[in-house]
Design a protein around this ligand. Structure first.
Ligand SMILES: [Zn+2]
Length: 441
């Protein structure tokens, strides 16, 4: 017996097929025109054409009863629940004052000297009570749900010591239990060098090495069971390529999946290093050259292996177009070259107080089209099936029998409109784990 039946969908954008989608496969959305989806419990149990639904008794006989909730989509468009695969959602305070000063012409160094920048968020987050972080996290997740996001990755990284990093991971775990959006946790203690480890120069290479040693010896053992992934910010002023590699290797040996923030501001070779280590994703990529992208394309083909399984551990390039936009940078990742060279691309907001205070995944999709060269169908693949693969979650991001029933109904005629309405949410209904959790007024 169905618990939920959504019928008369103008389009069911199933994304059924290989996971992740690489290169030109990113344009294959496997759309069912005039379709339906049926769910039992948390799972999808049937997907097909309305014409077949009415003709084939297996689809309806004995399947619809008093407890079946039937939604007539009236021609609206159904997609898998959206996945925001890179956020720093738990923090205290905000940096609006600092932003104003930047707009008025203050330099980054002047802002740091005035107590601003990431360490101001670290101090505010350390001082915050768990219940206050929980309250602000809940409000962010409510807004994300309204954008059709049903799974979100949350990184720690505003604690930078054992106690505060654990507090953030605990709050992220609690958030996953008390509201409908699924939460995946990533440990980003290696965001920048912790304040206690900074010498007079404020974070030299030896400070960074001492801090990473502390993370590996004292913190990572405590992170077990509280995070699936370990991430590092490989960048000038944070951690260099060698340090990043050593740290991620140690994390991998401890059983964590690994991710990297790389090539955001400078090209240090972090993306390539992470791919060789078997990272789930390499994120930012704004300063990757076309030659680097070609090399990565070849590397990831090696990772792909045979095509027998319909999912594989291909590393996913996670692009974050709202960051250069907010920072008024002019270099955006070359998403077009990445796709043309066979890479799997995901798009995310990077929601955080310093470089992207927006959690608008529709704006991220539109900007990925406008500034990174993605086509609308590629942008949709990038926030569903490929974002799921960036989190190594192969049970979602796709509308297929047996997958998690995370679904979003959009009040549009054609899926192309979703990134087209530039930042507008056309979400009509959101289903998480088979339950309707949001209906737009
Ligand atoms: Zn980030």
């Amino acid at each position: 017996m169905y618990d939920l039946l959504i019928k008369n969908c103008g389009q069911v954008v199933t994304m059924s097929g290989s996971m992740p989608r690489c290169g030109k496969e990113m344009r294959e959305l496997a759309v069912i025109e005039d379709g339906f989806v049926a769910c039992e419990g948390e799972r999808i149990v049937a997907v097909g054409f309305m014409g077949d639904f009415e003709k084939k008794s297996g689809y309806f006989e004995g399947k619809i009863g008093k407890k079946t909730r039937i939604i007539d989509a009236g021609g609206k468009v159904l997609l898998p629940g959206l996945i925001d695969c890179h956020t720093h959602l738990i923090f205290a305070g905000n940096r609006a004052g600092e932003w104003r000063e930047k707009l008025a012409g203050k330099s980054y160094l002047e802002i740091l000297a005035g107590g601003g920048g990431i360490l101001s968020t670290v101090m505010a987050t350390r001082a915050a009570l768990k219940k206050d972080l929980l309250r602000s996290g809940l409000s962010h997740l409510r807004e994300m749900l309204a954008y059709g996001v049903t799974t979100v990755e949350i990184k720690s990284g505003y604690g930078l010591d054992l106690e505060s990093e654990m507090k953030i991971l605990d709050v992220a775990g609690e958030l996953g239990r008390v509201q409908p959006v699924c939460v995946v946790r990533t440990f980003l203690g290696a965001h920048v060098v912790g304040p206690e480890f900074r010498g007079e120069e404020g974070g030299s290479a030896s400070d960074a090495a001492r801090y990473l040693k502390y993370l590996v010896q004292k913190v990572l053992p405590e992170v077990r069971g509280k995070a699936d992934f370990v991430d590092i910010f490989c960048e000038k002023g944070a951690f260099d390529l060698k340090q990043s590699e050593k740290y991620l290797r140690a994390a991998r040996e401890m059983g964590f999946g690994v991710k990297i923030h790389a090539e955001q501001i400078n090209n240090l070779g972090g993306c390539k290093m992470a791919c060789k280590l078997g990272a789930a994703s390499f994120d930012h990529c704004d300063h990757l050259t076309v030659a680097d992208i070609k090399a990565l394309g070849k590397l990831s083909k090696g990772a792909k292996g045979g095509k027998k399984a319909n999912f594989c551990n291909e590393p996913v390039a996670v692009l974050l177009p709202l960051v250069p936009l907010f920072l008024r940078e002019h270099v955006f990742a070359d998403g077009r070259a990445m796709i043309d060279n066979g890479l799997a691309v995901a798009v995310s907001t990077d929601f955080n107080p310093g470089s992207c205070p927006s959690k608008n995944i529709f704006l991220a999709m539109s900007m990925a089209c406008l500034k990174m060269g993605l086509l609308p169908e590629e942008a949709l693949t990038a926030v569903t099936v490929n974002a799921a693969a960036a989190l190594r979650l192969f049970d979602r991001g796709v509308i297929e029998k047996g997958k998690r029933a995370d679904l979003v109904l959009f009040d549009v005629q054609n899926y192309q409109e979703i990134p087209y309405w530039m930042g507008d949410s056309k979400v009509a209904k959101v289903v998480c784990g088979g339950k309707v959790v949001l209906t737009a007024s």
